[in-house]
Ligand binder design. Sequence first.
Ligand SMILES: CC(C)(COP(=O)(O)OP(=O)(O)OC[C@H]1O[C@@H](n2cnc3c(N)ncnc32)[C@H](O)[C@@H]1OP(=O)(O)O)[C@@H](O)C(=O)NCCC(=O)NCCS
Length: 94
Amino acid sequence: MHGGIALRHGLNDHVLQFGHIGYGIRPSSRQRGLATGALGRILDEARALGLDRVLIVCELNNFASVRTVEHHGGVLEGVRDTEHGPVRRYWIKI
Ligand SMILES: CC(C)(COP(=O)(O)OP(=O)(O)OC[C@H]1O[C@@H](n2cnc3c(N)ncnc32)[C@H](O)[C@@H]1OP(=O)(O)O)[C@@H](O)C(=O)NCCC(=O)NCCS
């Protein structure tokens, strides 16, 4: 198991706070393109479910996640302060 990715659908408060998609790759499997590939596949799932855009939220300085989101056309909505620190909010149009 190299990691995981989850799609939450709907546009409830939880999704609007944490985003539609969350992912993590285990440290020994990182920097091989797995997160970028997995995000592409789950965007296909989101499209099949009828979503036209998804929100992805990541920590301000999580550059690996930022690059992953940018590979799929993520557009920065802005940075928001949360109880866990500042986060970036990206929307990907699908
Ligand atoms: C974020 C995460 C999922 C990326 O996984 P990954 O499989 O290593 O990502 P990829 O191999 O697809 O790489 C994506 C981009 O990030 C870059 N990258 C990956 N790790 C990096 C690092 N440590 N430092 C700088 N850039 C990094 C890659 O070079 C690539 O960019 P590029 O194509 O422009 O070179 C992984 O680091 C992780 O699990 N982190 C902890 C959990 C987490 O932060 N999840 C995201 C929550 S929103």
